[in-house]
Design a protein around this ligand. Structure first.
Ligand code: DOR
Ligand code: ZN
Length: 337
């Protein structure tokens, strides 16, 4: 079996910066483009920082034809700043983090009232809003507790394109069908694992991420929506590399590094469920239709042949070391080079 994908997109990707970016960026180069997250230290809050970061991303991608869709870390910007952002090549949207909710999000929003004016302007100007939707409540309930905030945003700004990033619950999938202006990304790991895979046996630090993986019925609802080709659900890996020393440690950093395995694992997952014909929508067409994205024209072919080499147990260069999901495993599908 074989599938050729047209311009796959990763709609939520952490590329980091510096040496780590040099190591991980080329591992996403089978994608035609990606939405690049702004939670650097310090976060990307200005157009000047965004332009400079985009330049470094393109350089780290070497000569790969890759379209970085850059995001600004949400701060309450005014009309002039938003207009400047809109006229900047590569600007995609604003990523809103509740303050302190995840890696490097201390400068996020503590009270949505601070954001109202900017959100209204974004609605008028057609700037997408991407949201890390978790409350500060009990860890398993954080996403469901945030769903009311999504409802309020969707009702108050009916023309604002709001993406619920990395959804992890059946309730979030249902919410998608309540409001036309909501869309969502889902990661590779949340289509595959539950909390049991993270903490049901010996603790698996490389599967620890935020939002944490939930119950089997949540995973099943996410997977079903993806396999059905839900038109407002998009692949966003949330591939989030951390140095091995920060993962295999007391106080493990949150993030699953999936970039190097994402496409073959997605192909085998969709094939196993007889839904290969829906993969193109999930990894590209839905995002293009929702946002009118024009990414580099690329095709990539995947085949149900295990690659001869197992997934490296770690990637190491520029003084950095990162461990991917499926480290040491042989995947049933591979990319045809
Ligand atoms: O697990 C996560 N890692 N979730 C996030 O929201 C951020 C990300 C990171 O940047 O490491
Ligand atoms: Zn993320």
């Amino acid at each position: 079996m074989e599938i050729t994908l047209q311009s796959p997109l990763d709609m939520h990707l952490h590329l980091r910066d510096g040496d780590m970016m040099k190591l991980v960026a080329p591992l996403s180069s089978d994608f035609a483009g990606a939405v690049v997250m702004p939670n650097l230290v310090p976060p990307v809050t200005t157009v000047a920082a965004l332009e400079a970061y985009r330049g470094r991303v393109l350089q780290a991608m070497q000569s790969c034809p890759f379209t970085p869709l850059m995001t600004l870390f949400f701060t309450p910007l005014g009309e002039k700043e938003l207009e400047h952002a809109l006229s900047t090549p590569g600007f995609f949207g604003m990523k809103l983090y509740p303050a302190g909710i995840t890696t490097n999000s201390e400068g996020g929003i503590s009270n949505l009232a601070e954001a109202e004016r900017t959100l209204k302007l974004m609605e008028e100007m057609g700037i997408p809003l991407l949201v890390h939707g978790e409350s500060h409540g009990f860890v398993l309930d954080r996403e469901t507790e945030f769903l009311n905030t999504y409802r309020q945003l969707a009702m108050r700004y009916p023309k604002l394109r709001i993406s619920m990033e990395h959804i992890t619950t059946a309730a979030a999938v249902s919410l998608l069908d309540e409001f036309e202006n909501l869309c969502a990304t889902v990661t590779l790991q949340h289509l595959l694992i539950t909390l049991d895979d993270v903490a049901g046996g010996l603790l698996q630090p490389h599967l620890f991420c935020k939002p944490i993986a939930k119950r089997p019925e949540d995973r099943d609802a996410l997977l079903q929506a993806a396999l059905d080709g839900h038109p407002r659900l998009m692949f966003g890996s949330d591939s989030a590399p951390h140095p091995r020393s920060k993962k295999e440690a007391c106080g493990c950093a949150a993030g699953v590094f999936t970039a190097p395995v994402a496409l073959p694992v997605l192909a085998s997952l969709f094939a196993r469920h007889g839904a290969l014909d829906k993969l193109q929508a999930f990894v590209s067409d839905n995002a293009r239709a929702l946002y009118g994205i024009r990414a580099t024209d690329r095709t990539i072919t995947l085949r149900d042949e295990p690659s001869s080499l197992p997934v490296p147990s770690c990637y190491r260069s520029y003084g950095c070391e990162v461990v991917p999901m499926y480290a040491g495993a042989t995947l049933p599908w591979s990319i045809v080079r």
